[in-house]
Design a protein around this ligand. Structure first.
Ligand SMILES: Cc1cc2nc3c(=O)[nH]c(=O)nc-3n(C[C@H](O)[C@H](O)[C@H](O)COP(=O)(O)OP(=O)(O)OC[C@H]3O[C@@H](n4cnc5c(N)ncnc54)[C@H](O)[C@@H]3O)c2cc1C
Length: 172
């Protein structure tokens, strides 16, 4: 069913990787933090990582900096080895003990809005449809709240939260 909407959403295929660490005790939760670095270098924008859990190695990716595509057909799911090598330059400089063998790497997708803010709103034409989309790579941590907001909107037609930042008409 067509919803009669044309939104400027794009797809950002990003890639994450797990690297073997030298002293595994140093990289387990409790000894090593979840981190996000405010850096934008050859390895990408905002490198972030998680401690090594269950012998899976250190998880590393970059928050943004990936080329976007317009349609899902254009997504190349093949992991880029060039990218994993670029990330090694971050490991070499900041976490040399985590610059081990590549255990695993895979791609996953963000749905981006132009301003990187979400869309949470009623459909402009069909009052019975509510939309929550375009989470731009940072929607997971808000899922419980977004679920509550959507439930209130659908059942009560109102929410106690200010949704002005997330209006759909900023893109129409
Ligand atoms: C590598 C990576 C790291 C991330 N890290 C973070 C983070 O640290 N913090 C954070 O806040 N966010 C993070 N995000 C973003 C977060 O995962 C997304 O913003 C969030 O999952 C979007 O939720 P959603 O419900 O819109 O879409 P999704 O989570 O993609 O859910 C859509 C669901 O719909 C299903 N579906 C699709 N089509 C159909 C269909 N036709 N019929 C039925 N079902 C269908 C899919 O299978 C899927 O289960 C990350 C994303 C990626 C890719």
């Amino acid at each position: 069913m067509s919803l009669g909407l044309t939104l400027p959403l794009t797809i950002m295929p990003c890639q994450l990787a797990f690297f073997k660490v030298a002293n595994s005790e140093d990289f387990i939760p409790g000894n090593f933090p979840i981190f996000l670095a405010h850096l934008n270098e050859k390895y990408g924008q905002f490198p972030y990582g998680l401690p090594a859990c269950d012998h899976q190695g250190l998880k590393l990716s970059t928050f943004y900096g990936w080329d976007t595509v317009e349609t899902i057909k254009e997504v190349d799911y093949t992991p880029s080895l060039q990218w994993t090598e670029n990330l090694r330059s971050f490991l070499k400089q900041y976490l040399p003990n985590a610059n081990g063998e590549l255990i695993e790497t895979r791609r996953c997708l963000y749905t981006m809005t132009p301003d990187k803010h979400f869309i949470i709103d009623q459909h402009p034409e069909y009052a019975n449809i509510f939309i929550a989309a375009g989470f731009s790579g940072h929607g997971f941590k808000f899922t419980t709240l977004v679920g509550k907001i959507l439930t209130d909107l659908v059942i009560k037609k109102e929410t106690e939260y200010d949704l002005s930042l997330f209006k759909i008409n900023r893109f129409l």
